[in-house]
Design a binder for this molecule. Structure first.
Ligand SMILES: *Cc1c(COP(=O)(O)O)cnc(C)c1O
Length: 471
């Protein structure tokens, strides 16, 4: 399988070449040259497989530069009941007639990002050892991504993590999750500033090409194709659990921010998995809902990006969206470039409302959307607790609310559970008046010794810290 750039760069690359890269050289995102098609016989065979073997089958279609036995071992090592809490890995439960929750949040950091990041950690370790190379991952986090990356990379050979976060702005639980890690290859850097300052520092360091090369700086951000690919697997696993045979359609609702999770659903659907509808659920930061309703994609300024109670969906633009738009415009790289470089780059928006391609988003690609507010979130959390004795986190609540607006008779609706409620305890307390239960392994983590350095919001200070800790 070869990979191309959405913006038309002539080079084609193999999987392991793009594994450790971010954007393509022309600023585009990598996508496979085609989506492998799954026939009914294959689907029937896959239905019987345990999760790690299903992952191996799907990954094999996209990765042909890792020997199959090695890839199989990497999948087996990643998706274990020990790490993800059950043999199903992503167990499905019916909440009410036809509405299901697929649990993606029972990994080490209690959010769905573990599903992809745990695999990425093992792929990185494998590929770096094969090359005899090292990588220093520099990131910025306001919570979920940073902790998932740290738990995936802890103790891995050849990898160090330098994770910046805004000092004092993460929830106490999230801080404790990250700062209690004592592994020598994990470095927590609390920046006196806000999340945007952290992101600016990461950008400034990455733009210093000399420094970047000398210290082999890399990232694990959500545009990484390997992360997206890992997420394709649980759409298949969810489908098999929600149906008894492979002729039945299923719909999914996906709490969305950077469009990584739901883009994996799009890939699964393009491969031929019988997905009827993909519902994109947003919060008040409704860039995506606006697009699917109107055909206008309008990125927001920092000042217009709301801080909400589903903070992992607080985005101003959706960094994976370009992948879907590439398919939407018939994989026309010239058209894609004019939308993302000319229109978006110059005017901060593009308008497909009058373009026949926009009609395809719903009709051909199955996309629908909904938007939620803080009040909706609280109401959904209360209602789910009262009627089903089930606690959901604020992001999953956004999903449930959206799902109910797009139910179709006879078609199971699977809502992806993207985090456990304990990660966002303050909102649960606001809704219910009490704290959600905490898994035993996280009992008392706030009291553990913390491994963190505090630095000013200054890229030079961060560079000096990296240089000091790189040998
Ligand atoms: C990251 C995250 C999301 C958004 O996922 P995308 O892939 O960025 O769309 C939703 N919910 C939770 C809990 C997250 O951590």
């Amino acid at each position: 399988m070869n990979y191309l750039s959405t913006r038309g760069h002539p080079d084609r690359k193999r999987f392991c070449e793009i594994l450790l890269e971010g954007l393509a050289p022309d600023g585009g995102l990598y996508l496979p040259e085609h989506y492998p098609q799954i026939d009914t016989a294959t689907l029937a065979r896959w239905r019987e497989l345990p999760y790690a073997e299903l992952a191996f089958e799907i990954l094999s279609l996209y990765i042909d530069d890792i020997p199959p036995a090695d890839l199989k071992a990497i999948c087996a090592k990643t998706y274990t009941a020990e790490v993800f809490g059950s043999d199903e890995i992503v167990p499905l439960r019916e909440l009410e007639d036809g509405v299901y929750l697929e649990a993606l949040s029972n990994g080490p950091t209690l959010a769905f990002k573990d599903m992809a990041m745990q695999l990425l950690g093992n792929l990185f370790e494998y590929e770096l050892a094969r090359r005899g190379a090292e990588l220093n991952i520099l990131g910025a986090t306001s919570g979920d991504t940073g902790s998932a990356a740290e738990y995936a990379m802890r103790g891995k050979k050849g990898v160090r993590v330098f994770m910046t976060s805004p000092d004092g702005r993460m929830s106490p639980f999230q801080q404790a999750q990250m700062f209690s890690l004592q592994d020598q290859n994990i470095h927590n850097i609390a920046i006196s500033g806000v999340f945007d300052d952290c992101q600016d520092i990461v950008k400034a360091v990455s733009n210093d090409l000399g420094f970047k090369r000398k210290y082999r700086i890399g990232t694990v951000n959500s545009i990484n194709w390997a992360r997206l690919l890992a997420q394709v697997v649980y759409y298949f696993a969810g489908y098999f659990q929600a149906t008894a045979s492979n002729d039945k359609p299923v719909s999914f609702t996906v709490p969305s921010g950077n469009f990584g999770n739901v883009c994996a659903g799009h890939v699964a659907r393009m491969m031929g998995l019988p997905i009827q509808t993909l519902v994109v659920a947003t919060n008040e930061n409704d860039v995506l809902d606006e697009f699917f309703r109107t055909g206008i994609y309008r990125v927001r300024a920092a000042a217009d990006t709301h801080e909400t109670s589903s903070p992992s969906m607080d985005i101003s633009k959706a960094s994976n969206f370009e992948r879907f738009v590439f398919d939407l415009v018939g994989r026309d790289a010239g058209k894609l470039r004019s939308l993302f470089v000319d229109e978006l780059g110059r005017h901060g928006r593009f308008d497909l409302s009058a373009d026949p391609a926009f009609g395809q988003a719903a009709e051909r690609f199955g996309f629908k959307s909904s938007r939620s507010t803080h009040a909706d979130r609280l109401a959904t959390i209360r209602d789910t607790d009262r009627r089903f004795a089930t606690l959901v986190d604020p992001h999953t609540a956004d999903g449930l609310k959206a799902a109910r607006e797009h139910l179709a008779p006879g078609v199971p609706m699977v809502v992806l559970e993207t985090a456990l409620p304990i990660k966002f305890a303050a909102t649960l307390v606001e809704a219910l008046g009490h704290e959600p239960a905490r898994p035993a392994r996280f009992e008392g983590i706030e009291a553990l010794p913390k491994r963190v350095v505090k630095l000013p919001a200054d890229a030079e200070a961060v560079k000096a810290y990296i240089a000091q800790n790189c040998d």
